[in-house]
Design a protein. Structure first.
Length: 159
């Protein structure tokens, strides 16, 4: 019985780390703009106001994503919600990579914010639901850890 519980706890821990990738993307996306901004400033000839708007567009998208995540999770479930967030994030990342106008880049960054906002709500929610009560706090805190790791990795990459 003990070996089964150990396997079960390791499995849940692994699923928690995979689910917490939403937290990693949250940290990564919020910090990555600091390394890209000098290049974007030159490419799109931005003044300080438009730099701020571009930077804040992710946060605006996050607010929208957070607002709709709960209703989507209630209607379709947490796992499908996370998959939708991943799809939105993937498509918006490709859109940013291939955008040739400021408007398209900002729109895709806003869309990325929707995916990140959804994941920031749904990742810890899903982790809490799959975790046994006595491990729930520890497993949900993995999401916070991955946010900080995302920020750290981004700053190292930006350096």
């Amino acid at each position: 019985m003990q070996q089964t519980n150990t396997f079960h706890h390791r499995y849940i821990l692994g699923i928690s780390f995979i689910s917490a990738l939403g937290g990693y993307l949250f940290g990564f996306d919020f910090a990555v703009i600091s390394g890209a901004l000098p290049f974007l400033r030159t490419t799109f000839e931005l003044n300080a106001w438009w730099e701020g708007f571009l930077t804040g567009s992710l946060a605006l998208g996050c607010m929208a994503g957070c607002a709709m995540a709960g209703a989507l999770a209630e209607r379709f479930g947490r796992k499908p919600g996370l998959l939708l967030a991943a799809l939105i994030f993937t498509l918006s990342s490709l859109g940013m990579a291939f955008s040739n106008t400021f408007t398209l880049f900002t729109t895709m960054r806003f869309a990325a914010g929707i995916g990140v906002g959804m994941a920031s709500i749904l990742s810890p929610l899903y982790i809490a639901e799959i975790s046994p009560a006595h491990l729930r706090g520890r497993n949900v805190s993995i999401n916070q850890l991955t946010i900080v790791i995302g920020i750290l990795v981004t700053n190292l990459v930006n350096y």
